[in-house]
Every structure is written in structure tokens, then in C-alpha cells.
Design a protein around this ligand. Sequence first.
Ligand code: SAM
Ligand code: DTB
Ligand code: SF4
Length: 335
Amino acid sequence: MNTQTIAFVRPVKHSGLNPATPQRWSVADVEALFKLPFADLMFKAQQVHREHFDPNAVQLSTLLSIKTGGCSEDCGYCPQSAFHSTGVENRKMLDVDVVVKAAKAAQQSGADRFCMGAAWREPSDEDMVSVVEMVKAVRGLGMETCATLGMLNDKQTEQLRDAGLDYYNHNLDTSPEFYGDIISTRDYQDRLDTLERVRKAGMHVCSGGIVGMGENLTQRAGLVAQLANMEPYPESVPINNLVKVEGTPLAQTADLDPLDFVRTIAVARITMPTARVRLSAGRQQMSDAIQALCFLAGANSIFYGEQLLTTGNPDAERDRALLDKLGMYPFADQH
Ligand code: SAM
Ligand code: DTB
Ligand code: SF4
């Protein structure tokens, strides 16, 4: 019998930076975590979580699509790719004042991070002029800023850093072995290169992936190992459950067992102890019980607000009710 008891460790406030203490994770080690009995995996994840965070605090981050649709990439999951007919309209970039208004509304409703997303392979120099203004204005409201704009060059990472961007989101999406089944218009290495530039410019890295795209367990473990072996690993790790959108090649993919999603969160928490693990896309389709298990597994950040980029998210009222029911509160209200 396992006689270990839960040692309550005083939660520490997250400093925002990971210690540079890389621990190499082989894919086999990560896969072995996935295969633990559920209770043992959850116990381990909770121990790690409590060593580094208040387990009852969650970060609320609101997303806004600043440029929607018509993207030149062929990502098989994405409703915004010009390769797929999904009914998502192509829109031009939002004006800066519209973005600032949305950020203020998000802040008033309790979000402390604002993430701006664009359906680009990469931004142009002209796009960057507006994005820089948006980042400065949102930072000026006192919110944490995050952007996801596709691939970046050195000049662009420096512009974003100088504008006050706190996090850059750029996902690896899946393991190197499965990647070619999902995307053909850019390489895995392109993604790693952008992340390297973001790191070099001194911004925090937000990088994760999608599960439920038909990957096998080794491939799912391969994604987590890639992220965990980055030096240092990302400060923020979004774990998305595939949102199946009609018209995308992945629309008919078999459902992932929700407990396998919970396991992915737990394994991310154990392998990246000080990262914000973000329970990202797919929450609208998830029961309260599965979301509660995700929080127990170490998730401590969610997207908050009715819309992700083009698909739905639980409304703010449902989320507040869920957090209340669980005795959880936003990081911003932590005392
Ligand atoms: N165009 C930029 C890029 O791909 O880097 C930024 C926006 S893109 C929509 C951001 C991320 O959203 C993708 O990397 C992917 O992980 C996630 N995503 C897109 N469609 C999704 C879906 N249907 N289900 C789950 N996650 C999705
Ligand atoms: C991330 O990993 N998930 C968010 C955010 N980063 C930008 C995006 C989810 C998009 C889901 C599909 C959509 O709404 O278009
Ligand atoms: Fe374009 Fe990003 Fe969608 Fe890929 S995930 S098609 S790059 S918007």
C-alpha cells in the first residue's frame, strides 16, 4: 500500500520566470507518466502543483481575434485556413481603438491577461505598426499582454518586446513525428526558430499544442517531451482539446477520452512544474466535472469570455459559477 501522505507546501507566488534547471525528459519517460494509474498520476501532479502555486488560483485570460480568416497556412485543425471551407469570413485587421475597447471590457469583467491573435503565417512590416500600437495601449491599461501572430523575424520580436509584450504564443501543436500529418506549409523547425527568437528578445514564451487530433500516445508524449526539454521550458503552456470544425480535414476525428485530456494536463504539470498550464480550447464541450479534474491535475489558466478566436468558449457567468463552486479565484485576487 502506498503510505505517502500529502505534504502541504506553502504556495509560492509565481515569479513569471522559470528557473534554468532543465531536466531532460525522454519520450519513454513521459509516456510512462501517461500510463500511471490515474490516482497516482493525479497525486504526483498535485504535489508538484502545490510546491509552486496556490492550487485554488487560476489566471483569467481573454482572447481577441484581431485579424480573422483567410490564412495562407494549411493547418488541418484550423477554421481560419484558406485551404478549408468553414464559413469563417475573412476580415481585415481591427482598428486599435476597437482592440483597446475590448481589452478594457475584458479587464472590467475580471481578466488580467489579454491575448491578441491573428490568422497570419507571419505579420508584414505594415501589420506590425498597428500591432505595436495595440500592445502599448493594452499594456497601458495594466494588463498582461500576449500575442499570437505566426512566425516572427528578429526585428519583429524586438519591436514586440519594446512595445511591452509580456508573452508570445506560438504552439508546437504536436510531436515532430505527427506534425506532417497535420500541416504541410511550414516546418516544425520554423516553429522552434520563432520560439528561439522570442526567447532571445527576452519575452516570455507561451507554447503548447492540441490533443485529440488522432495522435497516438507516443506522439502525445512526444509533444510534451519537446516542450519540457526546451531550455528553459515555456512559462506558459496551452493544452488545447481539438475543437472540431465542419469543413476542416479533422472535423470527423474520433473524440478523445476526456480522462486522456486530464492526463495530458497532469503530465504537463509534472514535467513543467513552474509553468502556467493553460486549459485552453475545448472547454465549451467539457463538463464541469472534467474541468474540475483538469484543475486538480494542475491547470491554472483559462481563456475567459464567450469566444476563443472563431469558436465558442463558456460564457463568463458559467465560468464564475464554476470557480465559485470549486472555491477557486483569479490569481489577481490572490491574497
Ligand atoms: N496564426 C498564428 C499561428 O498559427 O501561429 C496564430 C493563431 S493560431 C489560431 C493559434 C493556435 O490556435 C494554433 O497554433 C492552434 O494550436 C490553436 N487552434 C487553432 N484551431 C484550433 C482548433 N480547432 N482546436 C484547438 N486549437 C486550435
Ligand atoms: C492557444 O493555444 N489556443 C488559443 C490561443 N492559443 C490563441 C486559440 C484556440 C483557437 C480555437 C479555434 C478558434 O476559436 O478559432
Ligand atoms: Fe493560419 Fe494559425 Fe490557423 Fe494555421 S493555426 S491556419 S497559421 S491561423
